[in-house]
Design a protein around this ligand. Structure first.
Ligand code: PMP
Length: 292
């Protein structure tokens, strides 16, 4: 990924993609204090750009540091990167971290860095997987409790269990993993939130120990606009057997139907399709399909 033409934004300036390097003694690499965002570009515009920027700054504050750029400055930088690369449909990845000026767990004077990269990226899961619904397996790793990790921060350290879960799932032939929370309730995917259709209602786990996704909130609003009742609650894994549809939401995953979770199978259905259509219309700024 580092061998590409083009530019990215780093600490206030555009730099050639290949030259965007950091020292091996970077604090963020050793102690996992980086925070990042994942955002999508549709027709040259970043969807919910400011909400992502605010979350990025908040993620850093939760970890005890301030990103030295304002929301407006970060917004300008993101727009500049997307424009410089001429990206119409793609992805934006801001990342902030403590630098290499100090080594050790405590590094209060390490410089805070920010980089913003963007690239063309049509689909998180392959179109075939999307059409049939992706296959998930429940991970042995659980989302930690709010007093065991900074669960509201999109902090890189929290992603080690996501990567381990996803790699283990892929080795077994699944597309991705689904994680339970520390209590054993359904939580989320490794990069997306979870929804279940049960008896015509939309159920989604309460986001009290994992990321309350921007897509999650958008899809809940779109569902309510369709007069679909949305229920946020703690959901047990056994309840998956009662679900007529299951899907994931995320900036990268958008609205992706789930076709299998371990031994249970699901058919991508009308509710997921309607919310996918509504979501795509919203992000592309095209007219919403007629409500049915
Ligand atoms: N959970 C995790 C672990 C994620 O990485 C993401 C993607 N950022 C989400 C949920 C969904 O968040 P959003 O809709 O804001 O992209």
């Amino acid at each position: 990924f580092d061998e590409r033409d083009g530019v990215l934004w780093m600490d206030g300036a555009m730099v050639p993609w290949r030259d965007a390097k950091i020292h091996v003694l970077t604090h963020g690499l050793h102690y996992a204090g980086a925070v990042f965002e994942g955002e999508r570009v549709y027709g040259g515009n970043i969807f919910e750009s400011e909400a992502h920027t605010r979350r990025l700054r908040r993620s850093a504050e939760i970890l005890g540091y301030e990103i030295p750029y304002s929301v407006a400055e970060i917004e300008d930088a993101k727009r500049a990167v997307v424009a410089a690369l001429g990206i119409a449909d793609g992805y934006v990845r801001p990342v902030a971290w403590r630098g290499s000026e100090m080594m050790g767990v405590g590094a209060p004077d390490a410089r805070i860095h920010l980089a913003i990269a963007a690239w063309d990226w049509p689909s998180y899961f392959s179109p075939e997987a999307r059409a049939r619904g992706i296959k998930l397996t429940i991970s042995p790793w659980r989302r930690p409790a709010p007093n065991m990790a900074p669960v509201e921060s999109k902090a890189s350290g929290l992603y080690m269990i996501c990567t381990m879960s996803r790699h283990a799932a892929e080795k077994q032939g699944f597309h991705d993993a689904l994680m339970l929370d520390y209590r054993g309730f359904l939580a989320e995917g490794t990069g997306a939130n979870l929804f279940l259709a049960i008896d015509g209602r939309l159920h989604t786990p309460t986001a009290d120990c994992f990321l309350d996704g921007i897509t999650r909130r958008t899809v809940m609003r779109l569902a309510r606009e369709r007069q679909i009742e949305v229920v946020e609650r703690h959901v047990l894994p056994d309840e998956l057997a009662c679900a007529s549809e299951v899907f994931l939401t995320g900036s990268a995953a958008e609205v992706t139907p789930v076709g299998q979770i371990d031994d249970l199978t699901f058919t991508p259905g009308a509710m997921c399709q309607a919310l996918y259509d509504d979501y795509m219309a919203l992000v592309r700024g095209t007219p919403r399909p007629a409500l049915s």
